[in-house]
Structure formats: C-alpha cells, structure tokens
Design a protein around this ligand. Structure first.
Ligand code: SF4
Ligand code: SF4
Length: 68
C-alpha cells in the first residue's frame, strides 16, 4: 500500500496538496498547530491513496514524501 508522509513542521497549512489530490486523502488538522503556528496537513484517508505523487509535486515546501 502507498505511504504518504508529511513533515508537519515544514507545513504551512496552505492546502495546495489537498486541492491537488484527486482522491481526498489529505485534510488540514482541525485542532492542532505545528511549531510554526499553522494547522498541519494530515493523511486522513490513507487507504484511498494511489501514490500518484500530485501532492508531493504541488507542495511548495517539499513537506511530502510518497512511497509506493
Ligand atoms: S499521492 Fe496522489 S492520491 Fe496519494 S495523497 Fe498524494 S495526491 Fe493523493
Ligand atoms: S502543500 Fe505542503 S505546505 Fe501546503 S498544506 Fe500541503 S504539506 Fe503543507
């Protein structure tokens, strides 16, 4: 199964990765902040990931890695 890892302390909560994901795998944390004071992106539906890497390519902060 593909594995998506988000380095939460690099994330600025911009949401671009979630918009790029065609499968609705990613969602912003509802009730936590990272070390920079942003709500970090979370992998909310890991089972729906197809390892397309759109999220990782989109992230301007290189916070996402995808393993097949
Ligand atoms: S690899 Fe593709 S399907 Fe998986 S979370 Fe990223 S954009 Fe979504
Ligand atoms: S695109 Fe990168 S910085 Fe923006 S919310 Fe997603 S993981 Fe965080």
């Amino acid at each position: 199964m593909p594995k998506v890892t988000i380095n939460e302390n690099l994330c600025k909560g911009c949401g671009l990765c979630a918009e790029a994901c065609p499968r609705g795998v990613l969602a912003l944390a509802a009730d936590e902040l990272n070390a920079k004071g942003y709500p970090p992106m979370k992998v909310s539906n890991p089972g729906d990931c197809t390892a397309c890497r759109s999220c990782a390519i989109m992230c301007p902060d290189c916070a996402i890695t995808v393993e097949r």
